[in-house]
Ligand binder design. Sequence first.
Ligand code: UDP
Length: 466
Amino acid sequence: KKAEIRTTLNQLFEVISNNTSPAMRFIQTRVERMSVGWTQAGLKMRQSSNKTVSTQMRVLLYLGALAGSIGQHFEAMVERGGPLGELVQWADLSACLTILGQNLTFSTSQHHLHSLIGAAPGRGSCPIQRPLTFDLIYTDYHGLAHLQGAMGLAFQHYQCRFRILDSFGTEPAFNLGSYARRWGYKTLWGSWGLHPLQYMTMFPHTPDNSFLGFVSEEAVREEEREPDAYRKDRIAVVYGKQDYMWQGKSEYVDVISEELETHATVYQPPRHASNLPSFIRNHGLLTQKHFLQLLRRAKVFVGLGFPYEGPAPIEAVALGCVFLQPRFEPPHSSDNTDFYKGKPTTRQITSQHPYAKEVIGKPYVWTVDITNKTDVREAVKAILSTEVKPFTPREFTCEGMLERVHAYITHQNFSSKSVPAWPPRSALRVHLGPLGQSCVTVCHRYTLVCEPALFHHVNSPAAFTR
Ligand code: UDP
């Protein structure tokens, strides 16, 4: 059967609706709200289609973080200010795969997973391996362990079909167990020995992993925008759903509220007094729809330093806000920051949202030393006197994500050991960088990206002599 581009998400709704868990409800509401954008992008893709039609794949989405006791905790936090970024990504991935004509199965429990892919009970204690009926399995780090438990020996055999949603990425040094042990890169999460491109990140911060991304919601309705839709009030919205994120930030927030009426969306447990300063207008945790409505009226979205690299700043800029965020000096990393401890990466994070700073930048994104009140004050004044238009990088639109995921599905093949044939050689641009600069940095300067799949064209004495 061929994978035909779809122009509705009905197949997806059949699979996910009537779910009672808060996380699945979040996913369902998000997909419903964005369905117009997805179907329009599907239509466009169908019309312009020079895209090769491929065979339909049977795809399993196994949300390991929602299964078992970890899942119970995650679910409990969905409506109390816990992380939502992963759910945003799962929602958008499922919509994207549906439009691309693939055949989806969702699973959020280990029991269900066993019934889908588990070894059948055999005679005595020897289970019978069944052939895997899925061409692709998207999961997360928790899910990998569940898959290993369910599949037994078949786990290794089929591992080229796995794709891991891994927001912050896994560096190759952590990925190969023997290397990691030898050189001290061992962490809780790494050492699965997959191809580094099988890990899919939230932002395009490394060419070692695949950038999966998500869709910034406002990009969806750009065409139907009313002329008055972004009339900005003199208000700031502070980024941070839980009040611990505000600790030690009161002077910074004070400076902002000298100039702007300051709003928050901090989860407020029932019968608990708020720890927020009294001049803050706290709405409590909002539904995504109402949160975006608030951003639409706001002039500035204020980062407190945590959460790192979430979707909200991209949404804010897409709604015409300016994102003001802290610079980290020294940079945050697994050496000095609890959040990154044990994560399979040595990245040095120089601001709350490196993508926003480095790829979007001014006038949309301002990165400041928040301990320097004068700097903050000047940035706020400069922001107030600048008019910015809503902006969404193409990679965070439905079309951008469809294009990207289509390319991955068509070209990524981790069962073959031969040199990669995609992207094609015609995409290669070679730039000579100064000594000591990474490929990523040099390419970024030319608004290109570093692409390891093309290295084998360059890694020859002849190419170097040239
Ligand atoms: N969000 C929400 N209600 C709020 C604040 C945020 O629904 O009161 C949504 C927001 O639209 C974003 C998602 O939460 O898409 C994830 O936000 P964030 O950037 O905070 O990342 P996280 O740490 O939750 O992964």
